[in-house]
Design a protein around this ligand. Structure first.
Ligand SMILES: *Cc1c(COP(=O)(O)O)cnc(C)c1O
Length: 240
């Protein structure tokens, strides 16, 4: 482990600059600010350190073990503690406590049974963490693959449960457009769900939507956060 090579540094800098430019253009066309969350899953901690030095504010991981280990490595290598770490994977109940102890935001809260263990984990670590309600966009928008999330009709109930916990902060909603569906139609469902949640919780303004392939549709539909992996880090190494 050490600093990234010059070639890798330049590649990350160039990809990041392109992604920022694109997101800034889309955001200004839609009239609202958009935060980039860099999805660093399967990439080494050196990439995270380099991206932080380039001003990246938020990173995301999708597997509990990799998430906890990479964050610990990052901090032990002198990484800036101000970097925000998001968890964006399907969360097993028995891993919820651990994730909550290390995450700044858990973006994939998709069922009631996760709420109490997340709160316990955050409380045990002496912190309050952001949570997003992950909404399934599959049924209404079409597409074949289920990518996690609660049905839109259950999002408000889940939001209430999160908001009722002392160590969890309800920050908004998150969703993934189903493969094969029209992403704009899918993200409009997410935007409607976000409006419903905000009706009761005005501070829950985050709409995390959009990945490298559908960022334009997501921002047009109202995304406040986009989760970019490939666009910033390049093709992901396959699972070992
Ligand atoms: C991997 C992942 C992303 C990033 O995907 P890219 O297509 O590489 O941008 C975004 N969101 C979630 C939930 C992911 O698991």
């Amino acid at each position: 482990m050490g600093p990234v090579s010059v070639a890798r540094h330049d590649e990350l800098a160039e990809r990041l600059a392109q992604a920022r430019e694109r997101v800034a253009q889309l955001a200004s066309a839609s009239g609202h600010g958009v935060t980039i969350v860099a999805v660093t899953k399967r990439f080494p901690v050196d990439d995270v350190l380099a991206l932080r030095e380039m001003g990246v504010t938020d990173v995301a991981e999708n597997r509990q073990q990799e998430f906890v280990a990479k964050r610990a490595d990052y901090l032990s290598h002198g990484g800036d503690p101000g970097l925000r770490w998001h968890f964006i994977g399907q969360l097993q109940s028995n891993k919820a406590k651990s994730v909550a102890a290390h995450a700044d935001s858990v973006d994939t809260v998709d069922r009631l049974s996760l709420v109490a263990p997340l709160n316990r984990g955050a409380a045990a670590a002496g912190r309050t963490i952001d949570c997003l309600v992950q909404v399934s966009l599959a049924d209404d928008a079409g597409g074949q693959e289920h990518r996690g999330g609660c049905p839109p009709a259950q999002a408000l109930a889940l939001a209430r449960e999160i908001a009722g916990e002392t160590h969890l902060n309800l920050a908004g909603v998150m969703g993934m457009a189903p493969l094969g569906a029209d992403p704009f139609a899918a993200y409009e469902i997410l935007a409607r769900t976000a409006t419903e949640v905000r009706g009761e919780f005005p501070e829950a303004t985050t709409i995390s939507a959009g990945m490298s392939g559908d960022v334009a549709a997501a921002i047009a539909a109202g995304a406040t956060h986009v989760r970019l992996g490939t666009a910033i880090l390049g093709p992901r190494p396959s699972l070992g």
